[in-house]
Design a protein around this ligand. Structure first.
Ligand code: ATP
Ligand code: MG
Ligand code: MG
Length: 548
């Protein structure tokens, strides 16, 4: 492929090498029209890792040529996400920094008779390109107007003489080429929109097709890596560079990442956010990097995930379970363990004296321990008790015993207390310390009361499942009603549970834990540490099938 990229003028390459000293230079070029998502993590990895392998450089370039969709908050979140992943751009650049130079080159292109001002409507342009039937293509009446006339008209475009839609600058390419990227692409359009950075300086804006390759060239990018849908653009990229006789980078393509049961396109994410299907760009059910971070994903896990994908030219759809496995494996190594009950059921150990508190040791994976109070009243998870006559239920039943994690002796349930509606509100159990020890079939997690804090710490726990029912919500065969009709209304479930008191000092923003027997959880930003109000997000269950 590099063979197609012959510099028309070897001097251009010599000058480039003089400027770069032969360094590899890549760039990550997001449009600041939304938050970065897991697909961008792949793009970031491809660009930064390639440059790093050759001790090169990587620019973060804000590709800010569509002022209608771009906002200051997006510029900020993009850099934050890149840094969170551990990447440090060599420089931060903006396509808009080159608006003047791009304008001047458009004049050069027009003078070479390789661009013209066109007054066709969008519909007329579409028809000239063969229309809906992809029929005969032909250049419009403006295509062959004199160069001088186009130069005058282009200046008028810039000076605000035309309303939006009344004039464009089009590249004079090749209407006979089978590649649609040659059908006289638009280079400039009239747009009376305020730009976050250039304010109201311009009322014409360059298009992606015109800007991208030129800014790559200005920045001396050696490898311009993009996703495979741009494969047809590679030739037109080279066409424009050659037409202007400037330094020419190489374009390489790699596969776009897709994940099952979610959407990644920023246009769709924007819709989910603005129409309030989710709580914001960082809603933990989304797969933006901010959402994954809030959900409890680590940068290490995300980097490992995208690295494992490798760089191929196929657009792959990856199972969500694969992403979850990577974070589960990482959290299993690093997250401290503790006991939490999601749905507390009070258990009174009738044979222990009032005020009885014993400090027991809970072991961490690394061998360290913290203390948990074992008291006359403890809480277990409601799901660990059953009144059903199920021989395969090995947790607590009336008349039977179960082990409490780290507690020396089992407990036996003697009495079930219910309220007037028949709901179980308490179990009366015996702590079997004076009975011959029989090893219980199962040990369950529990939370006790400390003498200092009295009750356990109440916590709000948010459990997430897939935001979309189907693996490919965009697929009309799977989801005839369209992707928005596929939203899982039960993707967020809220529990009010109890947490042990032994790890208070670790209750800090974004800390991650393994809740024994349940899964991996992360402290959410909705927590109020002053008021002892704690909110946790479930990052992922302990095992693959424990997600729902
Ligand atoms: P979206 O549809 O999400 O807006 P985009 O390609 O328009 O995607 P950009 O902000 O222009 O988003 O993307 C910046 C870079 O990240 C581009 O090089 C783009 O090709 C790459 N990229 C975007 N989405 C993915 C993805 N899902 N997988 C791999 N690379 C991606
Ligand atoms: Mg883009
Ligand atoms: Mg886009």
């Amino acid at each position: 492929k590099a063979g197609e990229n012959k510099q028309i003028n070897p001097q251009l390459m010599k000058d480039h090498l003089k400027r770069t000293k032969g360094k590899v230079i890549t760039r990550f070029p997001p449009e600041p029209n939304g938050f970065l998502h897991i697909g961008h993590a792949k793009a970031i990895n491809v660009n930064f890792a390639y440059a790093e392998a050759f001790k090169g450089e990587t620019n973060l370039r804000y590709d800010d040529t569509n002022p209608e969709a771009e906002e200051d908050q997006y510029f900020q979140s993009i850099l934050k996400s890149i840094e969170w992943l551990g990447c440090k751009p060599t420089r931060v650049t903006y396509s808009s920094d080159h608006f003047q130079k791009l304008y001047e080159l458009a004049i050069v292109l027009t003078k070479k008779d390789k661009a013209y001002v066109c007054h066709c409507t969008a519909q007329q342009m579409h028809e000239g390109r063969g229309g809906d039937t992809k029929g005969e293509r032909k250049g419009c009446i403006h295509r062959d107007r004199p160069v001088e006339e186009s130069l005058t008209e282009f200046r008028k475009m810039k000076e605000g003489f035309y309303a939006e839609g009344e004039a464009t600058l089009r590249m004079k390419m090749d209407m006979n080429n089978p590649n649609p990227q040659f059908w006289d692409l638009v280079a400039y359009r009239v747009l009376y929109t305020h730009h976050v950075r250039t304010k109201d300086e311009w009322c014409i804006y360059p298009t992606y097709d015109y800007t991208h390759c030129l800014v790559d060239s200005f920045e001396d990018i050696t490898h311009s890596m993009c996703t495979v849908e741009f494969v047809m653009s590679r030739e037109s990229y080279y066409w424009l560079i050659d037409a202007l006789e400037i330094y020419k980078p190489v374009q390489w393509e790699y596969g776009r990442l897709k994940l099952t049961n979610t959407v990644l396109s920023k246009r769709k994410l924007n819709k989910l956010v603005t129409e309030k299907y989710v709580a914001g760009w960082d809603d933990p059910r989304l797969h933006t990097l901010d959402a994954l971070r809030r959900r409890g994903f680590t940068p290490e896990a995300i980097n490992a995930f995208v690295r494992e994908l490798g760089v191929t030219t196929t657009n792959s759809t990856i199972e969500m379970s694969k992403l979850e496995k990577v974070v589960r494996d990482h959290l299993n190594e690093v997250a401290p363990r503790l006991m939490v009950v999601l749905d507390p059921l009070r258990v009174t150990l009738t044979n222990l004296p009032y005020g009885h508190v014993e400090e027991l040791e809970l072991k961490e994976k690394d061998g360290s321990t913290h203390l948990v109070p074992f008291s006359k009243v403890v809480y277990i998870d409601r799901s660990d008790f059953s009144e059903e006559d199920d021989p395969n239920f090995f947790r607590l039943k009336k008349g039977m015993s179960v082990g409490l994690l780290q507690v020396p002796h089992p407990i036996t349930c003697n009495e079930v207390i219910k309220d007037s509606k028949g709901k179980i509100i308490e179990l009366k159990c015996n702590y079997d310390k004076d009975v011959k020890f029989v090893k219980p079939k199962t040990y369950i997690q529990w939370v006790g009361e400390s003498s200092r804090h009295q009750s356990p710490i109440p916590v709000e726990i948010r459990l997430y499942s897939n935001l979309f029912h189907h693996s490919d919500p965009d697929n009309k065969e799977q989801v005839p009603g369209g992707w928005l009709s596929d939203i899982n209304e039960e993707s967020l479930q809220v529990k009010n549970g109890f947490m042990e008191v032994g790890i208070r000092h670790q209750l800090v923003p974004e800390n991650k834990f393994q809740f024994l027997r349940i899964g991996y959880f992360c402290i959410d930003k909705d927590s109020d540490f002053e008021k002892n109000k704690y909110v946790f997000n479930r990052t992922v269950g302990l095992k693959e099938d424990s997600r729902k």
